[in-house]
Design a protein around this ligand. Structure first.
Ligand code: PEP
Length: 260
Protein backbone atom coordinates (compact mmCIF):
# COMPACT_ATOMS: atom_id res chain seq x y z
CA UNK A 1 0.00 0.00 0.00
CA UNK A 2 1.32 3.46 -0.85
CA UNK A 3 0.09 6.96 -0.11
CA UNK A 4 -0.04 7.80 -3.82
CA UNK A 5 -3.65 8.68 -4.72
CA UNK A 6 -4.51 6.78 -7.91
CA UNK A 7 -5.32 8.91 -10.93
CA UNK A 8 -7.75 7.92 -13.67
CA UNK A 9 -7.14 10.33 -16.56
CA UNK A 10 -9.18 10.63 -19.77
CA UNK A 11 -7.45 12.07 -22.83
CA UNK A 12 -10.20 13.10 -25.25
CA UNK A 13 -7.66 13.96 -27.98
CA UNK A 14 -9.22 15.97 -30.86
CA UNK A 15 -12.78 14.85 -30.12
CA UNK A 16 -15.82 16.65 -28.69
CA UNK A 17 -16.81 20.24 -29.54
CA UNK A 18 -17.81 22.42 -26.59
CA UNK A 19 -21.46 21.32 -26.64
CA UNK A 20 -20.50 17.66 -26.76
CA UNK A 21 -18.01 18.33 -23.96
CA UNK A 22 -20.74 19.77 -21.74
CA UNK A 23 -22.95 16.76 -22.43
CA UNK A 24 -20.13 14.30 -21.68
CA UNK A 25 -19.17 16.01 -18.42
CA UNK A 26 -22.82 16.06 -17.32
CA UNK A 27 -23.13 12.38 -18.14
CA UNK A 28 -19.88 11.63 -16.31
CA UNK A 29 -21.12 13.39 -13.21
CA UNK A 30 -24.06 10.93 -13.21
CA UNK A 31 -22.17 7.79 -14.04
CA UNK A 32 -19.33 8.56 -11.62
CA UNK A 33 -21.55 9.51 -8.73
CA UNK A 34 -22.58 6.95 -6.22
CA UNK A 35 -23.10 7.31 -2.56
CA UNK A 36 -19.85 5.81 -1.36
CA UNK A 37 -17.49 7.25 -3.95
CA UNK A 38 -14.63 8.71 -1.96
CA UNK A 39 -12.67 11.13 -4.11
CA UNK A 40 -9.95 11.48 -1.50
CA UNK A 41 -8.98 7.93 -2.49
CA UNK A 42 -9.26 8.16 -6.29
CA UNK A 43 -8.77 11.18 -8.51
CA UNK A 44 -10.55 11.40 -11.86
CA UNK A 45 -9.42 13.93 -14.49
CA UNK A 46 -10.48 14.75 -18.05
CA UNK A 47 -8.34 16.31 -20.78
CA UNK A 48 -10.63 17.96 -23.35
CA UNK A 49 -9.43 20.01 -26.35
CA UNK A 50 -8.38 23.62 -25.52
CA UNK A 51 -11.63 25.04 -26.94
CA UNK A 52 -13.69 23.05 -24.42
CA UNK A 53 -11.75 24.02 -21.31
CA UNK A 54 -13.76 27.13 -20.49
CA UNK A 55 -17.15 25.39 -20.79
CA UNK A 56 -15.82 22.38 -18.88
CA UNK A 57 -14.40 24.51 -16.08
CA UNK A 58 -17.60 26.58 -15.74
CA UNK A 59 -19.74 23.46 -15.50
CA UNK A 60 -17.42 21.62 -13.09
CA UNK A 61 -17.23 24.68 -10.80
CA UNK A 62 -20.94 25.53 -10.93
CA UNK A 63 -22.05 21.98 -10.20
CA UNK A 64 -19.15 21.20 -7.84
CA UNK A 65 -18.27 18.03 -9.75
CA UNK A 66 -15.27 16.22 -8.30
CA UNK A 67 -13.51 16.08 -11.62
CA UNK A 68 -10.06 17.56 -12.23
CA UNK A 69 -9.33 19.31 -15.50
CA UNK A 70 -6.26 18.87 -17.66
CA UNK A 71 -5.00 20.22 -20.98
CA UNK A 72 -3.52 18.10 -23.75
CA UNK A 73 -0.50 20.31 -24.42
CA UNK A 74 1.22 23.55 -23.33
CA UNK A 75 3.50 26.06 -25.02
CA UNK A 76 7.07 26.19 -23.79
CA UNK A 77 6.68 30.01 -23.96
CA UNK A 78 4.63 32.16 -21.56
CA UNK A 79 3.36 34.82 -24.01
CA UNK A 80 4.21 36.62 -27.24
CA UNK A 81 4.39 36.07 -30.99
CA UNK A 82 3.77 32.31 -31.05
CA UNK A 83 0.70 31.96 -33.25
CA UNK A 84 -1.52 29.06 -32.32
CA UNK A 85 0.26 28.29 -29.04
CA UNK A 86 -1.47 28.12 -25.64
CA UNK A 87 0.33 29.48 -22.58
CA UNK A 88 0.38 27.77 -19.19
CA UNK A 89 -0.74 31.13 -17.78
CA UNK A 90 -4.04 30.80 -19.69
CA UNK A 91 -4.49 27.22 -18.57
CA UNK A 92 -3.99 27.88 -14.88
CA UNK A 93 -6.53 30.75 -15.02
CA UNK A 94 -9.10 28.15 -16.10
CA UNK A 95 -8.37 26.05 -13.00
CA UNK A 96 -6.58 23.50 -15.11
CA UNK A 97 -4.65 21.23 -12.77
CA UNK A 98 -2.77 18.91 -15.13
CA UNK A 99 -1.22 19.09 -18.57
CA UNK A 100 -0.11 16.23 -20.80
CA UNK A 101 3.46 16.72 -21.97
CA UNK A 102 5.19 14.65 -24.63
CA UNK A 103 2.23 12.48 -25.63
CA UNK A 104 3.46 10.09 -28.33
CA UNK A 105 1.16 11.77 -30.87
CA UNK A 106 2.95 15.10 -30.16
CA UNK A 107 6.35 13.41 -30.39
CA UNK A 108 5.34 11.72 -33.66
CA UNK A 109 3.26 14.34 -35.53
CA UNK A 110 4.80 17.53 -34.11
CA UNK A 111 8.41 16.42 -33.85
CA UNK A 112 8.59 17.11 -30.12
CA UNK A 113 11.96 15.94 -28.86
CA UNK A 114 13.38 15.58 -25.35
CA UNK A 115 14.51 19.22 -25.30
CA UNK A 116 11.06 20.61 -26.17
CA UNK A 117 9.45 18.30 -23.63
CA UNK A 118 11.90 19.38 -20.93
CA UNK A 119 11.01 23.03 -21.64
CA UNK A 120 7.28 22.25 -21.56
CA UNK A 121 7.69 20.61 -18.15
CA UNK A 122 9.40 23.81 -16.95
CA UNK A 123 6.56 25.91 -18.41
CA UNK A 124 3.99 23.78 -16.58
CA UNK A 125 5.78 24.28 -13.26
CA UNK A 126 6.09 28.06 -13.84
CA UNK A 127 2.29 28.16 -13.92
CA UNK A 128 1.58 25.72 -11.09
CA UNK A 129 0.38 22.99 -13.40
CA UNK A 130 1.24 19.33 -12.87
CA UNK A 131 2.78 17.85 -16.01
CA UNK A 132 1.85 14.29 -16.89
CA UNK A 133 4.98 13.28 -18.77
CA UNK A 134 4.15 10.63 -21.36
CA UNK A 135 6.89 8.16 -22.20
CA UNK A 136 7.01 4.93 -24.16
CA UNK A 137 8.73 2.88 -26.79
CA UNK A 138 7.74 2.19 -30.40
CA UNK A 139 7.53 -1.36 -31.70
CA UNK A 140 10.96 -1.00 -33.36
CA UNK A 141 12.46 0.29 -30.10
CA UNK A 142 10.83 -2.55 -28.18
CA UNK A 143 12.47 -5.05 -30.50
CA UNK A 144 15.90 -3.38 -30.51
CA UNK A 145 16.22 -2.04 -26.95
CA UNK A 146 13.71 -3.94 -24.84
CA UNK A 147 10.80 -2.37 -23.02
CA UNK A 148 12.26 -0.16 -20.28
CA UNK A 149 15.21 1.62 -21.89
CA UNK A 150 13.31 4.25 -23.89
CA UNK A 151 10.75 5.14 -21.19
CA UNK A 152 13.56 5.55 -18.66
CA UNK A 153 15.63 7.68 -21.04
CA UNK A 154 12.64 9.91 -21.87
CA UNK A 155 11.71 10.28 -18.19
CA UNK A 156 15.19 11.33 -17.11
CA UNK A 157 15.54 13.73 -20.08
CA UNK A 158 12.26 15.50 -19.24
CA UNK A 159 13.32 15.99 -15.61
CA UNK A 160 16.97 16.91 -16.07
CA UNK A 161 18.36 20.45 -16.09
CA UNK A 162 15.71 22.01 -13.83
CA UNK A 163 16.82 24.01 -10.78
CA UNK A 164 14.40 21.96 -8.70
CA UNK A 165 11.58 19.54 -9.40
CA UNK A 166 7.91 20.41 -9.04
CA UNK A 167 5.17 17.80 -8.82
CA UNK A 168 4.82 15.53 -11.84
CA UNK A 169 3.19 12.29 -12.97
CA UNK A 170 4.66 9.79 -15.41
CA UNK A 171 2.42 7.99 -17.91
CA UNK A 172 4.02 4.89 -19.38
CA UNK A 173 2.35 4.44 -22.75
CA UNK A 174 3.95 1.95 -25.13
CA UNK A 175 3.41 3.57 -28.55
CA UNK A 176 2.43 0.20 -30.03
CA UNK A 177 -0.47 -0.03 -27.58
CA UNK A 178 -2.03 3.41 -28.13
CA UNK A 179 -5.31 3.31 -30.03
CA UNK A 180 -4.37 -0.07 -31.51
CA UNK A 181 -6.32 -2.44 -29.29
CA UNK A 182 -2.99 -4.12 -28.42
CA UNK A 183 -2.55 -3.95 -24.68
CA UNK A 184 0.65 -4.49 -22.72
CA UNK A 185 0.22 -7.22 -20.15
CA UNK A 186 -0.21 -6.00 -16.57
CA UNK A 187 3.12 -7.68 -15.79
CA UNK A 188 4.88 -5.75 -18.58
CA UNK A 189 3.32 -2.45 -17.44
CA UNK A 190 4.23 -3.11 -13.84
CA UNK A 191 7.80 -4.11 -14.71
CA UNK A 192 8.37 -0.90 -16.68
CA UNK A 193 6.71 1.23 -13.98
CA UNK A 194 9.02 -0.33 -11.39
CA UNK A 195 12.06 0.28 -13.63
CA UNK A 196 11.06 3.94 -14.10
CA UNK A 197 10.62 4.34 -10.34
CA UNK A 198 14.05 2.81 -9.71
CA UNK A 199 15.63 5.18 -12.26
CA UNK A 200 13.83 8.13 -10.67
CA UNK A 201 15.15 7.11 -7.29
CA UNK A 202 18.73 6.79 -8.57
CA UNK A 203 18.64 10.19 -10.29
CA UNK A 204 16.38 12.25 -8.03
CA UNK A 205 16.07 10.41 -4.69
CA UNK A 206 13.04 10.54 -2.44
CA UNK A 207 10.63 11.97 -5.04
CA UNK A 208 10.45 8.51 -6.67
CA UNK A 209 8.33 7.00 -3.91
CA UNK A 210 5.81 9.87 -4.08
CA UNK A 211 5.46 9.98 -7.86
CA UNK A 212 2.43 8.46 -9.53
CA UNK A 213 3.21 6.29 -12.54
CA UNK A 214 0.25 5.49 -14.81
CA UNK A 215 -0.18 2.93 -17.56
CA UNK A 216 -1.83 3.93 -20.85
CA UNK A 217 -2.63 2.05 -24.04
CA UNK A 218 -6.02 0.60 -25.04
CA UNK A 219 -7.29 0.49 -21.44
CA UNK A 220 -10.97 -0.38 -21.06
CA UNK A 221 -13.27 -1.25 -18.16
CA UNK A 222 -12.87 -4.94 -18.91
CA UNK A 223 -9.06 -4.99 -18.86
CA UNK A 224 -8.17 -2.31 -16.29
CA UNK A 225 -8.24 -4.62 -13.29
CA UNK A 226 -4.92 -6.33 -13.94
CA UNK A 227 -3.04 -3.03 -14.18
CA UNK A 228 -4.45 -1.44 -11.07
CA UNK A 229 -3.68 -4.42 -8.87
CA UNK A 230 0.05 -3.86 -9.32
CA UNK A 231 1.67 -1.72 -6.66
CA UNK A 232 3.83 0.31 -9.03
CA UNK A 233 0.91 1.26 -11.30
CA UNK A 234 -0.88 4.24 -9.77
CA UNK A 235 -3.69 4.67 -12.26
CA UNK A 236 -4.32 4.79 -15.99
CA UNK A 237 -4.32 7.25 -18.87
CA UNK A 238 -7.25 6.40 -21.12
CA UNK A 239 -7.79 7.62 -24.69
CA UNK A 240 -10.64 6.11 -26.75
CA UNK A 241 -12.55 4.67 -23.80
CA UNK A 242 -12.70 8.07 -22.05
CA UNK A 243 -15.19 9.34 -24.66
CA UNK A 244 -17.85 7.01 -23.33
CA UNK A 245 -19.15 8.02 -19.90
CA UNK A 246 -20.22 4.49 -18.91
CA UNK A 247 -16.94 2.93 -20.00
CA UNK A 248 -14.76 5.61 -18.36
CA UNK A 249 -16.77 5.47 -15.14
CA UNK A 250 -16.43 1.70 -15.19
CA UNK A 251 -12.66 2.17 -15.13
CA UNK A 252 -12.80 4.71 -12.30
CA UNK A 253 -15.24 2.61 -10.29
CA UNK A 254 -12.95 -0.39 -10.49
CA UNK A 255 -10.13 1.65 -8.98
CA UNK A 256 -12.39 2.77 -6.19
CA UNK A 257 -13.22 -0.78 -5.13
CA UNK A 258 -9.56 -1.70 -4.97
CA UNK A 259 -8.56 1.10 -2.63
CA UNK A 260 -11.61 1.24 -0.41
C1 PEP B 1 -3.74 7.86 -25.10
O1 PEP B 1 -4.01 8.54 -26.06
O2 PEP B 1 -3.05 8.35 -24.20
C2 PEP B 1 -4.24 6.48 -25.05
C3 PEP B 1 -3.80 5.69 -24.09
O3 PEP B 1 -5.14 6.09 -26.01
P1 PEP B 1 -5.98 4.71 -26.07
O4 PEP B 1 -6.55 4.46 -24.71
O5 PEP B 1 -7.07 4.99 -27.08
O6 PEP B 1 -5.04 3.65 -26.50
Amino acid sequence: MTNRIPLIAGNWKMNMDHLQAIALIQKLSWTLSDADHDYSKVEVAVFPPFTDLRSAQTLIDAEKFELALGAQDISKHDSGAFTGEISGAFLSKLNTKYVLVGHSERRQYHSEDDSVIQQKVAAAWRHNLIPIICVGETLEELESEGQSAVPIRQTIAALSGHDSLGEFVIAYEPVWAIGTGKVATPEQASEVAAAIRKALSESFGEVASQTRILYGGSVKANNVAGFLLHEDVDGVLVGGASLDAEEFSGIARYQKHIVL
